[in-house]
Design a binder for this molecule. Structure first.
Ligand code: MG
Length: 420
């Protein structure tokens, strides 16, 4: 019971679960996955509200001109009370709530905030999947010793997001992604809902079928026409009947309704495909000092972006354009990903040696990092040697530059030997 008090949760299901755990050690929570679904509340609107607090408490809609042909991207909870939902035509939203404040939206800014969210969340686990601009799955399985009870970890994550970004998130916790996602939707706004292992079916059973991800309006209507309103009713329909009626989708429906989902967190990487920077010289040049310092700066900038996104790159490419506009690219794929300037620059130097065959004047140079993956989080703990030192060196450089601007700090790079 000590555990129960410390976690501060008063929940019937929790006590039942603990009894089972103690009577049968095999029922321990470690047997189950601990998946979090973190979903921001009214994301775009909340960002607008944090920029302009006078919008708070009002019906606000991000999407654009209400007389145009666009749709609602995001609506405040006040606007939702008028029946406004994302995806609805703006003209319809205006009819439902003429006094609503319609905003164009700043999607570049939303993207920046999204990357900040990813950065905060990725401090908790390497197994993270940004499912969209404002939601992520985190796999916290096996982190019990580090974070204590998952519910407490979720509370801390929520507080961190709130204190750093002044935005509310709702979090669902479950033994798989499906349960975590449905739970976060039920926790909205600004809540946390944890479904204990073994309670998936009973949690879902009374919910309306449209709560299942993937069940849209037309499927919902079809199910209702068969007399199936709740997920529990859907779960009790025979599997074969569902397959006969809906084909392959019927089987998926059957599993979902029964709370079964085997997909892994991080199955898809949905971030940028590559990070690249290039510079056109003011005048075409063969000044080796200028060329290499430019390449070095390009490497520094791309590597910084990598680290900001908690990413590593495996493929490094160099682009060279001669004064006659002929363009050469050379690339190299490493065995393991890296986010270190030094490693990337070594490759770029090698590639330059291969690419600059004509020895003519150069108009443009570029660096492109691709084959991106989430950064190998444990490297800090494992190697402890040179790479660890380099990593912390670049992290301090990043911190200075974040604070005082990129040019506040210069790392001097000498011209490579083969040029001498
Ligand atoms: Mg959301």
């Amino acid at each position: 019971m000590g555990h129960y008090k410390r976690s501060g949760i008063d929940c019937g299901a929790f006590t039942i679960f603990l009894k089972q755990q103690f009577s049968n050690p095999d029922m321990g929570i470690n047997r189950y996955k601990q998946i979090l679904h973190v979903d921001m509340d009214a994301f775009f609107v909340s960002i607008e509200e944090s920029l302009n607090p006078s919008l708070r408490g009002k019906p606000v809609i991000v999407g654009g001109d209400p007389d145009g042909r666009g749709v609602v991207s995001s609506a405040s909870y006040e606007a939702r009370e008028f029946g406004i939902r994302s995806g609805m035509a703006l003209s319809r939203a205006k009819k439902l709530c003429p006094q609503a404040i319609f905003l164009q939206g700043d999607f570049e800014r939303y993207g920046i905030v999204s990357r900040k969210i990813f950065k905060i969340l990725s401090k908790y686990t390497p197994d993270i999947e940004m499912a969209s601009i404002d939601e992520a799955y985190l796999d916290l399985t096996g982190f019990g010793r580090l974070y204590g009870h998952t519910f407490g970890a979720a509370q801390r994550i929520k507080e961190k997001v709130k204190s750093r970004l002044r935005l509310n998130a709702s979090i669902g916790i479950g033994a798989n992604k499906l349960i975590a996602k449905v739970a976060s939707a039920c926790a909205k706004p600004n809540g946390i809902l944890m479904v204990f292992p073994g309670y998936e079916k009973s949690f879902l059973s009374s919910l309306s079928v449209e709560r299942l991800p993937g069940v849209g309006k037309s499927l919902k209507e079809k199910l209702i026409s068969f007399g199936v309103r709740t997920i529990g009713m859907l779960a009790s329909v025979e599997k074969d009947l569902l397959v006969r009626t809906f084909g392959k989708w019927g089987l998926i429906l059957h599993y979902k309704a029964n709370g079964i989902d085997c997909s892994a967190v991080g199955g898809r990487y949905s971030g940028p495909k590559s990070i690249s920077r290039e510079t056109t010289f003011d005048e075409d040049t063969i000044d080796r000092r200028l060329i290499f310092s430019t390449l070095f700066t390009l490497v520094e900038k791309t590597a910084k972006s990598l680290r900001e996104g908690k990413l590593q790159a495996r493929t490094i490419a160099l682009k060279l354009r001669y004064s006659d506009f002929s363009t050469v690219t050379r690339s190299k794929t490493l065995r393991e990903g890296t986010d270190l300037d030094k490693k990337i620059y070594q490759c770029v130097e090698e590639l330059f040696q291969k690419a600059w065959t004509r020895r003519g004047r150069i108009r443009l140079v570029g660096v492109c990092l691709s084959n991106l993956c989430a950064s190998a989080w444990q490297v800090n703990f494992l190697d402890g040697g040179n790479i660890g030192k380099l990593k912390s060196f670049y992290q301090s450089v990043d911190r200075v530059r974040d604070r005082y601007g990129f040019d506040s700090l210069r790392i001097v790079k000498s011209v490579p030997d083969f040029w001498a």
